[in-house]
Every structure is written in C-alpha cells, then in structure tokens.
Design a protein around this ligand. Structure first.
Ligand code: C2O
Ligand code: CU
Length: 493
C-alpha cells in the first residue's frame, strides 16, 4: 500500500511537470490522468471541537425560481443555494465533494483562513476535480461568523449557474438565537432556460433578469417564520455580482456582523444596508407580532422581485408593500469591530506597502475581457500579467486600493483577513475586519493584513466578470516561492 502510494506520488509529480505540455491529452498512457487534489488539511479538531463530516454532490439540476420559471442550474445536492453547512468554532470540517458535473470543479471556502492547499483555486492550489471523481477538503473552522463556499473553477460560469452555499461558524461558548436563518441573494441571466453548455458569449449584467432570495423569486420566496418575541438572527449572503441595498420594512434591526465578522455597539436602525458582491451582513431583531419585510432598495426594477416576508408562525403571506423611497445607506465602514479578532494592532507599523490602481480599458485589443469586451486592470495590467504581491511571513502588509475607474470593485482576498485602515486618506478607527473591501469609483481604501499564512493566494474583484476581464493577482510568500504550474484545464477566474 505504502509503495503503491509512493509510486502514485512520483507519477503525480511527473504528470504535473508534463501536464501543461500535454494539456488535455492527460499524461498517464493507458491509465486515468493523475490530478492533484486538496492538500495539507488538518486531521484533528481543536480541543473541545467535534468532527463534522459533510458530503456535497455537484451535478446539473433543474431548479424552479418561481412557478413556471425553471433554469438548468448546476447545484450542490440538487438545490441552489446548496445545503447550509453549520458548524461550531474549533470543529474539524471534512467535506467530500462528489463531482457529477460534465466539467471539472473545486470548492473554495470564501472568507476562511485555511491552509493554502485547502483553498480550492484550480491551477494554484489544486487541479480541478475531474468529472466522476471525488475530493475531500478538511479544515478547522477557526473563525466565528458567516462565510460561504463556492466553486472556483471557471467561477464566472460555475457560480453563476448555482454552485454555492452558506457556511456558518457558530462562536464557541455562545448559544445561537432562537431563530437563526440564512438568506442567499443572487441574480440569474437569461440563457439558463436551455440545457448546458450555455450558449457561447456569456451575457453581461443587463441580461440578469431574475433576482432571487434562497433560490426563489417574487411571491415564491419562502418566508422567514418566527414566534413573536423570539430572538432572530438573519444572515444575508450576496452570491451575485451587484451591490444590493437591503431595506427592512416594519422592523428595526441591530447589525451583528459586517463582512461575516462580529461588530459591537450598534443600535437598532431603519437605515438601508449596503451589501457588496460576495459579502455578508447579519442582523438581529426581536420577532414582531406583525408581518415585516426585507426588500431591496437598489432602484433596479427587477430588485422589486426580492421581498422576503418576515412572518409570525401561521400568519398568511400578505401582499408585499410597494417599494418605498429609501433613505441614505448606512456607512458600514464607520462601524466598530468587536474586539475578538484584531488583525492589525494599534501600534503596528507596515513594513510592506503596495498601491493597486484599479481601472477599466474599453479599447479593443488583445487580452482577457469581460462578456461586454472590457478589460479590468490592476496597475495597468491584466491577470496573469499583474506583478506578484510578494510578502514575507510576519510582515504587516498595507495595501492601498485606488479606484481610478468608473465601476465599483468588491476586492476579495484569499487566506487572510483585512483590517480597514483608511478611506480617502481619513482613518477608519472602527478596525473592521473583512475579506471583501468595496472600493467605489474615485475612492481610495487602505487595508492591512498580517502575513501569517504562507502560500499562494488570490486577490481579485468578486464581480466575477471583472476578474474574468483581468482584475486578479496573486499574493506570494517569499519563503514558499515556486512556480505554480497549472494543471490541464485550470480556470481560476
Ligand atoms: Cu469567493 Cu476567489 O472567491
Ligand atoms: Cu470589479
């Protein structure tokens, strides 16, 4: 057994060396091609933690967004969103991915700081899991909060088609609210009414015509139910590409988490809450005796599709209120982090500084492009030509994101948490910790992180059309520097 495994490893190494020469041909004559799965996962929980095993099957599925509106989705366990994985801080999480899609896929654990080999980025940390194969991911859930999982292989297509779900890490030693529910928001493009593969030329955002909450739209949305007086936590995950403005009607809420992580000292608010692509916000409230609603105040007509009834048990679903003019959105980046997870001590002095200038290029020419033909650049370059962001373990790294373009960019980092330091040169004293930093046009945002997780890590815009169009780069640790050799068919964007 041992010998056979060593042979397999050697063969895998030879295969990796040859993989990009032999491309799709595979390199094990007479045998199945060898591929690299996730590596470096822990095998024990933290003291007091449990082992939590999950099984996710990725497969094509016909999904009904509303009566009469059906799409050919790709789904985990047949539903979009996929199952919510709920664990406790310190648990060892083991997830078997069973790929029954017609193409390779991976699982990425958005927002969690995991060993690099568990990050699920094809061509960087593993090869795509081939059709018909399984892979096991294994990690300790170290951070409490609201996260999500999604495919990172050809993500612009696979996330679009529905390969995502929520991942909740309950804090050690705290009882959950009586009602604790997740709402995953998304938007769906025209074209998925037809079976896979999608027609050539993906649509741009104008083609996203159906907005969903937990995979349903309009009157088909399943209400959130409670008993009046109960403590309710609602965790909202944005799996789509647009920033949404959340508007609670008939209810004041207390903000419990921003960027998936706990905040402190907030008071009940009626304000509109902005939620960037890939980001999360959680709110707490005391269940009212009357129906209330969560609506979108984006001003986009289809956003009126999303009116989520928040209802006492057994109450009939009333017609939704008409969209109201919402007030100004709350400035979430002015809130105060809970003291639980400081990333950047108050006296930290950055010893690496980077400036990333984000821009768009509408001129025709070579290079990666979004579906509308636009290139999205970092310091004038598109991935993979954006220079590596090289750090050394122990560094305090400061990154200034300068949005010199006309679109907003939700910039997401893998494997690390970012502390917000300053916006437009004014300090952000709230010390919020996030994994996605939303930078508006004309705005500058300075973030800091501690380089404490060696490996190769993506930093990219989570409007996945923008990452497809080039807005993506790699963070590289000096001491682990090596060439990441993409396996055949790897498509991280
Ligand atoms: Cu949601 Cu590169 O990740
Ligand atoms: Cu962007």
């Amino acid at each position: 057994m041992e010998r056979a495994q060593t042979g397999l490893v050697n063969r895998a190494a030879a295969c990796i060396a040859l993989a990009w020469l032999l491309a799709a041909a595979g390199c094990a004559p007479g045998g199945p091609p060898v591929w690299r799965g996730p590596t470096g996962g822990p095998t024990v929980a933290e003291p007091g933690g449990a082992v939590r095993a999950f099984h996710l099957t990725a497969a094509p599925a016909m999904v009904e967004l509303a009566a009469g509106t059906r799409v050919h989705a790709w789904a985990f366990d047949g539903s979009v969103p996929g199952p919510t994985l709920r664990v406790r801080q310190g648990d060892l999480v083991q997830v078997t991915l069973d790929n029954r899609l017609p193409v390779g896929t991976t699982l990425h654990w958005h927002g969690l700081e995991l060993p690099n080999g568990q990050d699920g980025v094809p061509g960087i940390t593993q090869d795509p899991v081939p059709p018909g194969a399984t892979a096991v991911y294994s990690f300790v859930a170290g951070q409490a909060g609201t996260y999500w999982y999604h495919s990172h292989q050809h993500a612009v297509v696979q996330v679009d088609r529905g390969l995502y779900g929520a991942l909740i890490v309950e804090p050690r030693g705290a009882a959950p609210a009586a009602v604790d529910q997740v709402l995953v928001l998304d938007e769906w493009p025209l074209g998925l009414e037809r079976p896979s593969p999608a027609p050539a030329g993906s649509p741009d955002m104008a083609a996203y015509v159906t907005y969903t909450a937990n995979g349903r739209t309009g009157r088909s949305i399943v209400p959130i139910r409670f008993q009046p007086g109960q403590r309710v936590r609602l965790r909202i995950v944005n799996a789509g590409y647009l920033t949404h403005l959340l508007h609670f009607r008939g209810l004041s809420v207390t903000i419990a988490e921003v960027g998936g992580r706990p905040v402190s000292g907030t008071t009940p608010t009626d304000a509109v809450l902005p939620l960037a692509a890939s980001d999360r916000i959680s709110v707490d409230f005391t269940a009212p005796a009357q129906p209330a609603w969560l609506m979108l105040a984006d001003g986009l007509p289809p956003a009126e599709d999303v009116a989520v009834p928040l209802l006492p048990e057994a109450a009939a679903v009333p017609p939704p209120p008409s969209p109201a003019r919402a007030g100004a959105a709350l400035d979430l980046y002015g809130l105060q982090a809970s003291a639980l997870q400081p990333v950047w001590p108050p006296d930290a002095v950055p010893n690496r500084r980077f400036t990333l200038r984000l821009s768009e290029d509408f001129a025709p020419g070579p290079g990666p492009r979004d579906p509308a033909g636009v290139r999205y650049l970092v310091n004038g370059q598109a991935y993979p030509n954006v220079p590596l962001l090289t750090v050394r373990r122990g560094d305090f790294v400061e990154i200034t994101l300068v949005n010199a373009g006309q679109y907003e960019h939700p910039i997401h980092v893998h494997g690390h948490s970012l502390q917000l330091l300053a916006r437009d040169a004014l300090p952000l004293p709230g010390a919020l910790v996030v994994d996605t930093a939303l930078v508006g046009p004309g705005s500058t945002l300075t973030v800091g992180f501690r380089a404490d997780n060696s490996g190769w890590w993506m930093l990219h815009c989570h409007q996945l059309h923008h990452s497809l169009g080039g807005m993506m780069l790699l963070i590289d640790y000096e001491e682990t520097r090596r060439l990441a050799q993409p396996g055949a068919g790897s498509m991280p964007e």
